[in-house]
Ligand binder design. Structure first.
Ligand code: DX5
Ligand code: ZN
Length: 221
């Protein structure tokens, strides 16, 4: 199992050059790509659907994870799986039957991820812990890239790491929101092993390759 995974969020990419930017992230050693799906209801912003994910699928071999910030995600799971997603991440807030939804994701052949908003208590993950392949902790309020990391989420990451250990779960613990060279080590030390990063990578003054390299350097230190 890879100790640390870096998952660039394409929400911060230049969409007029999406294919090129994905190729650059892949050549820089990104482990997978993070696709932020927003519906204008669960979160105020509106972004991309299966159509864009399918376009990404055609230009990269990297696994694609879809972070579904949408109401009734169960209606779109099959569409994202068919479009080529390797992982589907759903919010506990939108899934009244979280175990059923995670089972459906696995039946579709995808890895099953669960996530929660900053205001949602870690305990709400309890029913999902034995099924999830991945738990994602949002370290900003969902909806936009480029927001400031919420340091109060560090203790939540540590709490969820303990819960996973107690449940003997091998799920990866991913963090998403405001991850940069300045914030990543605190999250690693709290127990995160998988890091989504959007604006830090795609808006890095020296380019995407330098952005990914600088996160790797901090993780190795
Ligand atoms: C926030 C999204 C994030 C976002 C991350 O709603 O879930 O994936 O794109 O972007 P940065 O790294 O810029 O906070
Ligand atoms: Zn995300």
């Amino acid at each position: 199992m890879k100790p640390y995974i870096i998952s660039p969020s394409i929400l911060s990419a230049d969409f007029t050059r999406l294919g090129e930017q994905i190729a650059e992230a892949e050549s820089a050693g990104a482990d997978r790509l993070h696709v932020d799906v927003m519906d204008g209801h669960f979160v105020p912003n509106l972004t991309m659907g299966p159509f864009i994910l399918e376009a990404c699928r055609r230009v990269t071999k990297l696994p694609l994870e879809a972070h579904l910030m949408i109401e009734h995600p169960e209606h779109l799971l099959a569409a994202f799986a068919q479009a080529g997603a390797s992982g589907l991440i759903v919010h506990v807030e939108t899934c009244p039957d979280i175990t059923g939804t995670l089972k459906t994701i696995k039946l579709l052949g995808c890895s099953a991820g669960v996530t929660l908003n900053p205001a949602t208590p870690a305990g709400d993950l309890e029913p999902a812990l034995n099924l999830a392949d991945q738990v994602l902790v949002l370290t900003v309020h969902p909806g936009y890239s480029g927001q400031e990391f919420m340091p109060e989420m560090i203790s939540k990451v540590a709490e969820i790491r303990c819960m996973l250990n107690q449940a003997h779960s091998l799920a990866r613990l991913e963090v998403d929101g405001g991850i940069s060279a300045a914030t990543i080590s605190r999250l690693r030390d709290a127990g995160a092993d998988t890091f989504v990063s959007g604006s830090f990578i795609f808006h890095h003054p020296e380019g995407i390759v330098a952005g990914i390299r600088s996160l790797r350097e901090v993780l190795a230190s």
